[in-house]
Design a protein. Structure first.
Length: 111
């Protein structure tokens, strides 16, 4: 699957949301409130600054992004910009690929 920033962002949110349900991490819960892509119909973050920061990070890390898959890109983003990398890496690449595929299909149906 080619890298789609919007799909990867939504998949990141959903993956972290699952981890939050498992861990009951309060800091993660608060972060998810800000990055929630399901608040508005544009499927960006509830607080627009978070999605803008994500896109800016992708632009600044363009060379890394071109050479890697979405799982690696999101791992690096979370390591660089959040405190939730350690929670995310418990999600396998296979689980990520399945989730990303589901999100991609959902987004295609929303068009």
């Amino acid at each position: 699957m080619s890298f789609n920033p919007a799909v990867a962002y939504i998949a990141m949110y959903r993956a972290l949301d699952c981890r939050q349900e498992e861990t009951k991490n309060i800091e993660l819960s608060e972060y998810l409130d800000f990055v929630n892509p399901y608040v508005f119909t544009d499927r960006k973050s509830a607080d627009p600054a978070y999605y803008a920061e994500y896109i800016e990070w992708l632009k600044k890390n363009n060379s890394f992004c071109k050479g890697n898959n979405s799982y690696e890109i999101i791992k690096k983003y979370l390591k660089d910009k959040t405190n939730f990398y350690d929670l995310f890496i418990d999600i396998s690449k296979e689980e990520w690929d399945k989730l990303e595929s589901i999100v991609k299909k959902e987004e295609e149906n929303n068009l």
